[in-house]
Design a protein around this ligand. Structure first.
Ligand code: VG1
Ligand code: CO
Length: 542
């Protein structure tokens, strides 16, 4: 039976950079999930009888939330839901399933790289029929609806057995529990030269893939070990855990330190890789050489034609604004456009749909292509494997050659986490207020050439997105970007992105923190980070 339940709005059900993210306890409040899901459904039209894809990264509260979404989808009139077995679907796999089965959309339960567990974070995201995150006008409608919601509709049917593949029903709606890996693995097989990668592994190539006890374990085991023949044990932390083993499932040098240390040691395999909570991020490290995400995007763009799915060449590149300009240099050489978008994958969707861009990336360990409409961690790893299988060089050599050809964009990001929100806001307000007077100012020997607050004009639908981060450009081509995170759940996170271009190959082997030391100092003092936030140093450096 379908019940109509009276409710009152919750504050703050505003989707951020990538969906609604809050502490688990917030989601556990009675009606909280229901209000948000009803707000999503109320913001959509014409889905009667259509298919909704549902899955998550397996974190604490995943199964409970999925049962609620299934009951509400039945009450809303969806004809079918496709749910990953055990509630599992990586974010890129969900995107793949939505596209392949021409679903109306999908609900992804994930807080991505944020920590999980009973006291960790949870999240809900709505993806549209192209498989990508809902664009801004949809997320704004959802938020507006959440502020006036008075009732929601839900079936009182018992829980669905999520662990047994096959068909059941809730009310008139079909529930299809699917293998979470199958469609995705098939797509990867169509894009990459699996035979060449198999040969690479059988030639003695070694790798470690750290799934960080998050969602990519089953995918990586099936594809890298079982299909491509990497040695058993190549995938570590391959079981998705409710709390990710207590770690941040965030593939970077801080949270995947064990992997990074291994790759810098005498026992290093040829390749190290890791993915995040929901499987859309990736980290690539060769023996003795960490590849920054910005460089990885550029190298993938320059070498994509080596993979069968991209052999006709790429049509364009898109990168988020804070991502380094390394990809722009590749685009220039290829004679294609490099689009610069606000942070967050939702801004790539239009460019991909319109065929303007083929590969996209973000400095935050996100890379992907037009094969789905999310960033895709395993895709990036397989792309690197394909490139390595064809070029038969080390990761370090490929990176060095790339820099020799294009120059090196030294890059780093400094994050100040859980800063007092009012202080962080005031810092940004002050920077914005000074935009007009900054040009011409000399700081530590560098002259500020221009400064602005990034705004994006979408070339496809004409929408304008403003206030996407303060950019300060210097006369030597260096750049500092300041923005506040839209994915955190406690206080504010100030992100400071620093970049300096170095054409001279003799100066390509510096530690980025040294190469950027002068700029780092400027970045700290320009908005008086210490005075305003009390922080002397960043919490995370990537
Ligand atoms: C961060 C990253 C952004 C990424 C987003 C979602 O957002 O900077 O590039 O798209 O996370 O990634 P923010 O607003 O905190 O800077 V995921 O893997 O967490 O969905
Ligand atoms: Co993620």
């Amino acid at each position: 039976m379908i019940r109509v339940v009276a409710t009152t709005p919750f504050d703050g059900q505003k989707p951020g950079t990538s969906g609604l993210r809050k502490k688990v306890q917030v989601f556990q409040q009675p009606h909280y999930v229901e209000n948000f899901i009803q707000s999503v459904f109320d913001s959509l039209q014409d889905f009667e009888g259509e298919t909704l894809v549902i899955g998550g990264d397996g974190r604490y509260y995943n199964r409970e939330a999925i049962q609620t979404v299934i009951r509400m989808a039945a009450a809303a009139g969806f004809g079918r839901v496709m749910v990953g077995r055990s509630g599992i679907l990586s974010t890129p796999a969900a995107s793949c399933v939505i596209r392949k089965h021409e679903a109306f959309g999908g609900i992804i339960l994930s807080a991505s790289h944020n920590p999980g567990g009973e006291h960790g974070d949870f999240g809900i995201k709505y993806n549209i029929g192209n498989g990508g995150p809902a664009p801004e006008h949809v997320t704004e409608a959802i938020f507006a609806r959440s502020r006036e919601i008075r009732e929601y509709r839900i079936s009182d049917a018992p829980d669905v057995d999520l662990d047994t593949p096959g068909l059941t029903r809730v009310e008139d709606m079909v529930v299809d529990v699917i293998d979470p890996v199958e469609d995705y693995a098939e797509l990867m097989g169509a894009l990459f030269d699996f035979d060449a990668i198999r040969d690479l592994f059988s030639s003695g190539f070694t790798m470690r893939f750290d799934a960080m006890s998050a969602v990519t374990g089953p995918y990586a085991r099936a594809i890298i070990e079982e299909t491509l023949g990497a040695a058993p044990g190549t995938v570590v932390h391959g079981e998705p855990l409710l709390d990710f083993g207590g770690h941040h499932p965030d593939p970077n040098l801080v949270h995947a330190k064990d992997l990074a240390d291994l790759l810098m040691s005498d026992q290093a395999p040829d390749l190290g890789a890791a993915s995040d909570g929901d499987g859309d991020r990736n980290m690539i490290i060769g023996r003795g050489r960490f590849v920054t995400p910005s460089d990885s995007l550029a190298i993938i763009a320059a070498n994509a034609h080596l993979a069968p799915g991209y052999k006709a060449g790429i049509k364009g590149i898109a990168r988020s604004m804070p991502t380094s300009g390394a990809a722009d240099r590749v685009a220039e050489k290829l004679g294609i456009t490099c689009y610069e978008t606000p942070t967050g994958w939702k801004f790539f969707g239009n460019l991909l749909d319109a065929g303007l861009a083929t590969v996209c990336g973000e400095e935050s360990f996100g890379t992907g292509s037009n094969h789905v409409r999310e960033k895709d961690g395993l895709w990036a790893v397989l792309m690197w494997l394909n490139i390595l299988a064809v070029r038969r060089q080390s990761v370090a050599d490929i990176v060095s050659e790339h820099w020799a050809t294009y120059g090196r964009n030294y890059y780093t990001r400094h994050d100040y986490e859980e800063v007092d929100s009012a202080a962080a806001d005031a810092l940004m307000v002050d920077l914005r207020r000074r935009l007009d007077v900054l040009p011409g100012t000399v700081v530590n020997g560098l002259t500020i050439e221009r400064a602005d607050d990034f705004a994006y004009d979408d070339p496809v639908d004409g929408s304008v997105t403003t206030r996407q981060g303060v950019r300060v450009f210097f006369d030597d081509g260096s750049r500092i970007v300041y923005r506040l995170s839209g994915t955190g759940t406690a206080g504010a996170t100030l992100r400071v992105y620093l970049e300096h271009f170095e054409p001279d190959p003799a100066r390509h082997d510096l530690d980025p923190q040294d190469a950027l030391a002068g700029l780092i100092e400027i970045a700290r003092t320009l908005p008086d980070i210490e005075g305003r936030t009390g922080r002397r140093a960043p919490d995370v450096i990537t």
